[in-house]
Design a protein around this ligand. Sequence first.
Ligand SMILES: [Zn+2]
Length: 167
Amino acid sequence: MRKSAQRVHRSWNMSRIRGKNTGPEIFVRQILHRNGYRFRVHDKRLPGKPDIVLKRNRTIILVHGCFWHHHSACKRATIPRTNRQFWIKKIAGNVERDTHLRRQLSRLGWRVITLWQCELRDVNRVERRLLRALKSAPRQDSANGPGDVLKDAVPGPGRTTEAAPRL
Ligand SMILES: [Zn+2]
């Protein structure tokens, strides 16, 4: 397959948005850190390796790029003009998978909050929304709720849980 320089460059840009640990996601982690929330990232034990898992709040935060996850009515949710069929199929597949995962996670007793890349332009607003949502979530101090797949997952030293940095 031949790729023009332009296409290579574009797919590089897109991979930055699609991949793990992208800007928007780090941004959300910073909000959580500075408000004292503990969380895991990309937890492999849950369906779809969700971006951010707040076990105590039984809440999962998905940070979605508007292009890859096709944020409805968002101007970033475009379909590229070249290879149109490929992109339609690809993005429709992503959307379908997202819907399925959200359903699966909520069946397991998690509340799922989806944050979109474009929403993160307004830090204060996202922060307010997030904190409000987390405060209203039932806090689980003992992790023995029904369907709690993480009940043995008490974070120990050297595990994937991130310690809040001193800011
Ligand atoms: Zn958007």
